[in-house]
Write a protein of this length. Sequence first.
Length: 367
Amino acid sequence: MENKDKVIFIHIPKTGGTTINSAMNNTFWQTEVGFNYRHILANKKSNSGDIFDSQNINKYKEYIIFMMLRDPVDRLISEYYFIKERQEFIDLLKNKPKNFESYIKNRQTQNAVVNFLRGRRMYDLHAANQEDLNEVLNVIDNTPIHIGIFEQFAESLYYFGEKTGIKWKKNIEVKRMTFKRPKAKEISNEIRDLILEHNQLDVILYEHGLKKFKTLNNEQKKLNISFNKDKYNHVIPYCAKWCFFEFCMDNKKFIKQNFDFFKRLTFYLIETQGISDGKTYTKSWNESFIKSIQVTFPNSDFASYVTNNFDISGEPLDQTSRIAKSVDDFFTENKHHANKYYKKIVFNETQIVISKDKGWFSSLFKS
């Protein structure tokens, strides 16, 4: 990339920005947020506001600025299922959403893209308005800012490369994959309409960007790139920040009660054992948890219930969800005597299973 200091990438949340930032910098994960990488700061505030101020258009004409837009329905689905298990984000909302519908109706979540570009804090109490949108559109057209479209990712990378001089690799690893979320086509028409109704400014912005992209890229050229969408590549970065069960277990009391166990298990597998493969990590996590449950609660209904719902030959991430659901179901179905199973699980290295093709669990069933 020529004249790197003059290139600015604006990473709108849930638009493939971590993938782009990592690929353009040849890094495993996204780089530090700063002048040339506009995203969300540690205080959860966007650092893009100065760009989307018409008074600064002449200043930023000296720079090559690009960003990706995503269909507002699909982007909001991705956002909700990404943050709903992350307390650091949920705590920013005054009214905690009970489900996706209440998240959509929450005023703090609406027109989030326009609010982000205007430099506001995530879930800011200030509702984006028509004046905000007008300012954003004016800056996009007159700076100008180069827009790609998430749904046309390869074509967008070709366009960005032409404008910035970035040389993309032939194989790009997709980052930040949400483990468990419905596809846009799987949601009801009522939910789709609700998203469109409460995010009209973001819809107008997306349509403006899409029209601009198609006009400037009428040949629709795209790079010959293969995208590695292996969800296991995101497992270890995820677990380094959150408990693995966060994405699939509703019983937060159980997670909180055993936080020390989960933390020690995570870092034992990653640091002590040096596991770097997400699939191996997942299998080891699953089998170690099952074994620890059996040792902590020997010959109990709880241990039997969770064990019987685990299939060692199944797809590992599916089994992680299956284990979590079995814990949730057991505590729901046995409310009157389940409290004794909130006893803390004690971490013990002798109970940790380093998964291979066949682990201790398959041997257990053979015996």
